[in-house]
Write a protein that binds this ligand. Structure first.
Ligand SMILES: C[S@@+](CC[C@H](N)C(=O)[O-])C[C@H]1O[C@@H](n2cnc3c(N)ncnc32)[C@H](O)[C@@H]1O
Length: 256
């Protein structure tokens, strides 16, 4: 299947990143999907949940990878982005489903009626092998991440994996920001353990205290398998832009 035709116009794709260049949009999504497959050992028959799937930037690269047994479910709180996925991706493969969720996020869905902490994913218990959140926790408060991790724990099969990208604050990143060596200038104090790029719309980009984030994963019985540090915090590093946490559900019951 030729998936290059699934590059949305710039009005849509610029919602999910600085993507004026359509080739860059395509190539970055491709390389990130390849990393997801490699890092999480994704199999063609796996069931994937992509939370905050945007306009399917990553989803399209699974069209030629998942088989008929596998499935891809994307949910997003931005109606326009989600509609793009429904209208352009589901029509190609029925096992790629997308669902709009009416959740509030000041940066992406300010009309949203559901408070993030009250949101129950429209997904059955223990039905997913893989959950991904690429550049989504970076736009959420810690209390909201807490609720989402609880839900992720509910929907993942035992042994299932979750990959989430974040900007993790620790003594190294704070020092890099202070000495202007970071790519992102996340310097505004918002709350205990939370800094943002912007005070008017803090959801435009958060950095979360690394220890507080780890505690949330442990609270729900996730094993953090690996943290791949990204370059957001330092021009001296190489790798992905954000930090990436790969965690595994070990227990069947949430420790909440
Ligand atoms: C930076 S974009 C990333 C989109 C996609 N993951 C990608 O990498 O191209 C963040 C996405 O998260 C969605 N989002 C923000 N808060 C959300 C929430 N609480 N639940 C579901 N989606 C959310 C936004 O609408 C937006 O599409």
């Amino acid at each position: 299947m030729n998936i290059k035709k699934l590059i949305p116009n710039s009005n849509i794709r610029n919602w999910v990143g600085p993507f004026n260049d359509d080739e860059y949009y395509y190539d970055l999504g491709k390389s990130q999907a390849e990393k997801i497959i490699q890092w999480l050992s994704v199999k063609p028959e796996h069931k994937i949940l992509d939370i905050g799937c945007g306009c399917g930037r990553i989803a399209i690269h699974f069209l030629n990878y998942l088989n008929e047994e596998g499935s891809y479910i994307g949910i997003d709180s931005n109606k326009e982005l989600l509609s793009y996925c429904k209208d352009n991706i589901t029509v190609l493969r029925r096992n790629f489903q997308f669902q709009y969720v009416d959740v509030y996020n000041r940066a992406y869905s300010p009309q949203g009626k559901i408070n993030t902490q009250d949101f129950v994913f429209p997904i059955e218990d223990e039905s997913m092998d893989i959950v991904i959140l690429w550049s989504v926790f970076t736009h959420m408060y810690l209390t909201d991440i807490d609720s989402y991790l609880k839900e992720i724990h509910r929907v993942l099969k035992k042994g299932g994996l979750v990959l989430a990208s974040l900007n993790l604050n620790n003594s190294f990143t704070k020092q890099q920001i202070e000495t202007k060596k970071s790519h992102l200038d996340i310097k505004y104090f918002i709350a205990d353990g939370l800094f943002s790029l912007d005070t008017d719309t803090p959801e435009s980009g958060f950095a979360h205290d690394e220890d507080k984030v780890k505690e949330l994963y442990w609270k729900y019985g996730f094993l953090i398998k690996e943290i791949k540090y990204g370059i957001w915090s330092s021009k001296e590093l190489t790798g992905e832009f954000h930090d990436t946490i790969i965690a595994q559900k070990l227990t069947t019951k949430s420790c909440d």
